[in-house]
Design a protein around this ligand. Structure first.
Ligand code: SAH
Ligand code: SF4
Ligand code: F3S
Length: 471
């Protein structure tokens, strides 16, 4: 499965996570220099593009969705798997054509791939600007310094930067659901993962700036905020005078903005998700009953080698705990097929865990060795491509059955749905998400995006709940 999805589909089919986003809502002002931004990778990158746009707008730039008229072309990139990077190299070839056609156009690679590859991106003389995830405040200065002979690069990682004072310029299409980063970086060293190298050490953002940003979203008509971090459960902010705010407390603070403002979050780490967080979710109606809890593998041997710091039993216990406190909680996951040394038994362990948990949905990937990670140094990438693919296909097929099973359990349930817009197939119907993050389709009574509707589930497919109205 490709990890990149067009944002148009984002609100219609999938839990929001892996995204390719085009520019939205351009500002029409012919006198201003224009920036075009393409975003790849995870939600953090989407939010970072909004931060970048905010910084560049202050510098006088206007956003354009037409690459042909841009003075600056930026790709905000992802390094999580090799195919994510290959896609960017394909784009760099496209950008080269722009450079040939138009004098003075600036090509910038920012984000995780910029951080990983640094000046290697300058080879070939297409790219003029390389900026890592902690260097965005310097973009105006870097852009001013660029000449054809002097490309600019800043890939310094920071222990403090959280962009807390920058109000991101929202680039989502629907104006209902916004992302707010609550932390940056990651302190876990999962052996397969490049993120700690591209994003640096974990740091938590001032909770008052988070609440302020979420309040701003609400004041602007947004009805849903998703708090973002690589491991939200390890969020911990300490003030100079000794005040401490953990993730459970932060959730309460954001949920307190308004009962009409839904709160979501991603990603939870199975080793860190606490009973306190689970009970806080249960205590607030507007904290959505959905946890994205990446398992990666069902084999304790693989989990140990992946350095996930939990085993199969621990994971299953956390799922039992969640369901005992929040019986209808949506649980979704990420799975990696074909990590180093994975045996048929390890693979079977993943399949049986998936059958036991019955995830609502999953992002499923073939293992891709990333240079510089612990796994690349210690563990050979020794599962043949065909075997990885076959296992991945088995995992995807099983998840299709599990999604259907999970949806069938919803039949007869009454759900509160946040309307996203008309259903794609039938303009007389609306679509929107339940708290569990499942997509619901139901008859319209003229409601608008951002309204809430009460529905009852009457039928299902593996991707959608088909509902009738009860309000
Ligand atoms: N911080 C999150 C995940 C961030 S990366 C967490 O810890 O769960 C998103 C997903 O990409 C991971 O959950 C994992 O399933 C997948 N992933 C990361 N590195 C990978 C690699 N080298 N090969 C294949 N998939 C990978
Ligand atoms: Fe990567 Fe692990 Fe950090 Fe997630 S928790 S970003 S998988 S190192
Ligand atoms: Fe996200 Fe990809 Fe970077 S998943 S953190 S953009 S490597």
């Amino acid at each position: 499965m490709s990890e990149i999805i067009f944002i148009e589909k984002l609100y219609l089919c999938y839990p929001i996570q892996y995204i390719y986003m085009k520019n939205i809502r351009p500002i029409q002002d012919p006198s201003r220099p224009k920036v075009y931004i393409e975003t790849y990778g995870c939600q953090m990158n989407v939010n970072d593009s909004e931060v970048i746009l905010s910084i560049l707008q202050d510098e006088g730039y206007a956003l354009t969705e037409n690459m042909d008229e841009a003075n600056v072309i930026l790709a905000n990139t992802c390094s999580i798997r090799d195919n994510a990077e290959q896609r960017i190299w394909g784009r760099v070839d496209q950008f080269k054509l722009q450079k040939r056609r138009r004098d003075g156009v600036v090509i910038g690679i920012v984000g995780c791939m910029a951080e990983r590859l640094k000046d290697k991106l300058l080879e070939g003389h297409v790219v003029d600007l390389v900026a890592g995830p902690d260097a965005y405040r310097n973009l105006p200065m870097l852009l001013r310094a660029i000449t054809p002979e002097n490309p600019q690069i800043d890939t310094l990682l920071s222990h403090e930067e959280t962009y807390a004072d920058i109000s991101p310029v929202r680039m989502d299409r629907n104006g209902i659901s916004g992302f707010v980063s609550i932390m940056r970086g990651c302190n876990n060293v999962c052996s397969y993962c490049i993120v700690p190298y591209t994003r640096g050490a974990e740091r938590s953002r001032d909770p008052y700036s988070i609440v302020r940003e979420a309040q701003e979203l609400f004041d602007n008509g947004y009805k849903e905020v998703t708090l973002l971090g690589q491991n939200v459960d390890s969020y911990l902010w300490k003030s100079e005078d000794g005040e401490q705010v953990n993730f459970a407390r932060l959730l309460e603070m954001v949920a307190g903005i308004s009962p009409d403002m839904r709160v979501r979050f991603s990603t939870s780490h199975p080793k860190d998700i606490s009973d306190e967080v689970i009970h806080t979710m249960a205590a607030y109606d507007n904290i959505c009953n959905h946890i994205h809890l990446p398992v990666q593998s069902g084999s304790s041997i693989m989990l140990e080698k992946m350095r996930r710091k939990y085993d199969r039993e621990w994971y299953l216990e956390r799922v039992r705990k969640i369901r005992s406190v929040i019986p209808d909680c949506g649980i979704t996951t990420d799975v990696i097929a074909g990590f180093s040394g994975e045996t048929e038994q390890d693979h079977t362990d993943t399949l049986t865990l998936m059958e036991e948990v019955v995830f609502d949905s999953a992002f499923m990937f073939a293992y891709s060795e990333r240079p510089g990670t612990l796994a690349s140094k210690k563990y050979p990438d020794d599962i043949p491509y065909e075997v990885k693919t076959q296992r991945l296909n088995e995992i995807i097929a099983l998840q299709g059955r599990m999604s259907l099973k999970s949806n069938e359990r919803e039949i007869g349930r009454r759900l509160k749905v946040l309307v996203e817009g008309p259903s794609k197939k039938n303009p007389d119907e609306l679509c929107g998400r339940a708290g569990s993050n499942k997509m619901c389709v139901f008859p319209s009574r003229g409601e608008k995006p951002g309204d809430y509707c009460e529905v009852e589930v009457t039928g299902v497919t593996s991707a959608t709940l088909l509902c009738s109205r009860i309000d």
